[in-house]
Design a protein around this ligand. Structure first.
Ligand code: MG
Length: 232
């Protein structure tokens, strides 16, 4: 009997707030947007604007995730709803959104240790990126930082037609990497989508708990990407 060929393990990463600091970029971009539209925001404090945006954006992404709204609706409401919440003219949503998108991409930064973690993972396994989010935005981040130097596979929810925590997107990632029985690790910062989704799909989840928030159930976690090395 021929021995089974050794299949390299899969090391897949979430993108936002695991490799790229989305949270800080979002806040920086909203700060610039708030300042650029001073006449519109008038007496509204930046912190109130940011909170209204995040609250509405979270709800819209949830609705998009379960399929009750489509992408154009999400895009149209993303800035209009928080403006309306604060008693401002929602018609300014388009201009505010344009400012935001311009500033958002300028504010992208890699999270400390991202390149080293990808480099090390690529030496011992097959590296991929598995992300929810819009195709052009996520591909632009990967291109900006040259993450395809390490990531041989990029699996995006829009391409697959399913979002984390759905098993479908994790299965699509395993298949894209050639399938077969092998170790599959997934690193992400969200317990609800990354850890729960990966685990249910038979991947070994590692929570990137950068701010030490903890998790509702026991899970292997790191607080710095440099701590991933021994786990690979
Ligand atoms: Mg994330």
């Amino acid at each position: 009997m021929k021995p089974r060929p050794f299949l390299k393990p899969l090391f897949f990463f979430d993108l936002d707030d695991t490799l790229v600091d989305h949270h800080a970029a979002e806040e920086g971009a909203q700060r610039e947007t708030h300042a650029a539209h001073g006449a519109l925001f008038g007496g509204i404090a930046f912190s109130d604007w940011l909170a209204a945006y995040r609250r509405n954006n979270l709800r819209l992404w949830h609705e998009y995730g379960i399929g009750t709204i489509d992408r154009p609706t999400l895009t149209a409401r993303r800035f209009a709803l928080p403006l309306a919440d604060l008693g401002l003219d929602a018609a300014h949503g388009v201009a505010v959104g344009a400012s935001y998108w311009d500033a958002y991409s300028r504010n992208w930064r890699l999270i400390e240790g991202a390149e080293d973690a990808l480099e090390h993972a690529s030496q011992v396994g097959v590296v991929g990126i598995l992300s929810n989010g819009f195709r052009e935005t996520q591909r632009a981040k990967i291109e900006r930082f040259g993450l395809d130097r390490w990531a041989r596979h990029v699996i995006l929810s829009e391409d697959v037609g399913a979002m984390k925590p759905s098993r479908i997107i994790f299965d699509a990632a395993a298949t894209a990497a050639g399938g077969g029985e092998r170790r599959r690790l997934y690193v992400g910062d969200s317990f609800a989508t990354d850890v729960v989704g990966a685990k249910a799909a038979g991947w070994f989840p590692i929570l990137f708990d950068r701010h030490g928030k903890g998790a509702p159930e026991p899970v292997v976690f790191v607080t710095r990407l440099s701590d991933l090395k021994p786990l690979f």
